[in-house]
Design a protein around this ligand. Structure first.
Ligand code: OAD
Length: 234
């Protein structure tokens, strides 16, 4: 353990965007915007019913226009600007609220609603507003080959090498607004701790992995995250 953290790795999940009005994945009804996760967030679901899946993500993408970063996103962006040590913000979220708040040292490990990739040539690109009517790939010109650039269950999360490198050099690991139900992200706390990092959970209620953290604070991210950033930056 280190007294003064130099290198910080932060993991965020759907809970950090909840106060902006973006639905979490595992709400009280167990559904994500009315759907079971396996009906919209797996390659099998896409193969079975591509229009349902495209329509679902088209709606999620359109909803971004109606939401704004909240105090928690803004506090993390301030930390990014003012922290002189290494800092990496890893988000499981597919919304763009961290970048709109101003975070720069940011990786989207589960992809992004605003990006698409081509099943014909594998090229990643900015997504058109909707994909359901069969958008044309900007790279190879294939029609009806674009899918959301979202990591579905059974697919490999992005940037794992860079994330593991950051975790192995972290002095402080902070997990914010995530249920700790989905791996590999749920295992980051133990990787960081094994390399000597202090670990802190900020979540509305205890996550599935809460006992792995040195410290856990429970409450809304819009309150807890600005408090934590203020204390860190003095
Ligand atoms: P979940 O919906 O599983 O968990 C959200 C967590 O945020 C819960 O523990 C809530 O208690 C907490 N929470 C809710 N409101 C909050 C608030 N205002 N402040 C702080 N915490 C709050 O979402 P994730 O953990 O992000 O993957 O889910 C992980 C992955 O599962 C997602 O990235 C997604 C999903 O399936 C893919 O799509 C690949």
């Amino acid at each position: 353990m280190h007294d003064k953290p130099g290198n910080i790795v932060i993991l965020t999940g759907a809970g950090i965007s909840a106060e902006s009005g973006v639905a979490t994945f595992r709400g009280p009804d167990g559904l994500w915007e009315g759907h079971r996760v396996e009906d919209v967030a797996t390659p099998e679901a896409f193969a079975r019913d591509p229009r349902l899946v495209q329509n679902f993500y088209d709606q999620r993408r359109a909803a971004l226009a109606g939401v704004e970063p909240n105090a928690a996103h803004l506090a993390l962006a301030r930390l990014d600007r003012e922290w002189s040590g290494d800092l990496l913000l890893v988000t499981q979220n597919v919304d763009d609220l961290h970048e709109r708040a101003g975070s720069r040292r940011l990786l989207h490990m589960h992809g992004e609603l605003r990006r698409a990739f081509c099943l014909s040539c594998d090229e990643r690109q900015d997504s058109p507003a909707t994909l359901i009517e069969g958008a044309t790939c900007a790279a190879c010109g294939a029609s009806e080959a674009l899918r959301p650039d979202i990591v579905w269950f059974g697919e490999m999360p992005y940037h794992m090498e860079r994330i593991e490198e950051a975790l192995s050099g972290a002095d402080l690991f902070v997990s914010i607004g995530t249920s700790g139900a989905v791996y590999p992200a749920a295992g980051f706390v133990r990787v960081a701790a094994a390399h000597g990092a202090r670990t802190l959970e900020l979540n509305l209620d205890p996550s599935e992995g809460t006992s792995f953290f040195d410290e856990a604070r429970h409450g809304p991210a819009g309150t807890l995250v600005p408090q934590w950033v203020d204390s860190l930056l003095g």
